[in-house]
Design a protein around this ligand. Structure first.
Ligand code: UDP
Length: 280
């Protein structure tokens, strides 16, 4: 995985201007995966210098499903608008930004790839992860594979993502007690963003909270990634649907046309002084 571990990170990476573009309504940062990983380290250094008192930053991702949800679900829209950083998990967002604005996204930052940028940067700089989500079997396998790939990365803690609402506060306390710097939450779209927003204020000391959907299914090796060429032509969603048609057919075939419509009508470059949500 391409990494820029030796690049200076103290002030964060230089960003292209304008720094964000609104795609399908969602304000998205114009940063590459390695730049965002450097930002993670820079945010962590700032947090450590501040005695770990800074609020945890919400780092969300957007794809076609998120664009569609954003257009029709006010609660999800309000959650997404609170993100401190947003990256494009789906290729369609990159295309929309290129076709419809003068501020194209530099690349797709698929969460499944971005995790590796972050893991390598965290291993080099000394940050730790907490991996929360998926079934116990998948979670254990994902953690074992990450430990094997990044032997010096500290996994401060991990657990599955199947628990009752009454257990949530106790689990968040476990995360805080573990001293983790980055909390990955793999519980599926919407559920995980709501969870991150609801508990953000309790996550003292944590630098980044990153909801990450089916990431652990891929890290565990239980689900295979699409071949590179399929990813390049923006068809990873179709490949996934063919692997799990029952679960994903309705999701993609209902949301994709709506997402395309939303991208056509709500994609524009954002001035640098735009509010965090990107909306006036
Ligand atoms: N999941 C979980 N707890 C739940 C529901 C789902 O941990 O209560 C996990 C599930 O095991 C899977 C992930 O959340 O690992 C959701 O994967 P999906 O492919 O739906 O994610 P997305 O497509 O949103 O990235």
């Amino acid at each position: 995985m391409a990494m820029q571990q030796n690049a200076p990170v103290a002030d964060g990476p230089a960003r292209p201007r304008p720094a964000r573009v609104q795609v399908g309504g969602i304000a998205t940062d114009r940063m590459t995966g390695p730049e965002l990983a450097q930002q993670m380290v820079a945010d962590w250094r700032r947090n450590v210098a501040a005695g770990r008192q800074l609020p945890a930053r919400l780092v969300f991702d957007a794809n076609g499903q998120a664009v569609s949800l954003y257009g029709r679900d006010a609660e999800f829209r309000a959650w997404m608008d609170q993100a401190d950083l947003m990256h494009a998990d789906g290729m369609s967002l990159v295309w929309a930004s290129r076709l419809l604005t003068h501020a194209p996204l530099p690349e797709r930052v698929a969460t499944t790839d971005f995790f590796h940028d972050c893991a390598a940067a965290a291993e080099a700089a000394g940050l730790s992860f907490y991996m929360l989500g998926a079934t116990r079997e998948v979670n254990d396998a994902a953690v074992a594979n990450v430990r094997a790939a990044y032997p010096n990365l500290r996994i401060a803690g991990h657990r599955d993502g199947y628990f009752a609402q009454s257990e949530e506060v106790g689990i968040i306390e476990e995360v805080v007690a573990s001293g983790a710097d980055v909390l990955w939450i793999a519980r599926g779209r919407r559920f995980q963003e709501g969870f991150a927003i609801a508990h953000r204020h309790r996550l003292a000391g944590v630098t980044w909270i990153h909801p990450c959907g089916g990431l652990f299914d891929f890290l565990s090796g239980f689900v295979r990634r699409a071949p590179d060429w399929v990813q390049t032509i923006g068809m990873e969603w179709l490949y996934r649907t063919m692997q799990e048609p029952r679960r994903l057919f309705l999701r993609y075939f209902l949301t994709s046309p709506h997402a395309i419509y939303r991208m056509a009508v709500a994609t524009r470059a954002l001035p640098d002084d735009a509010p965090p949500s990107g909306r006036p």
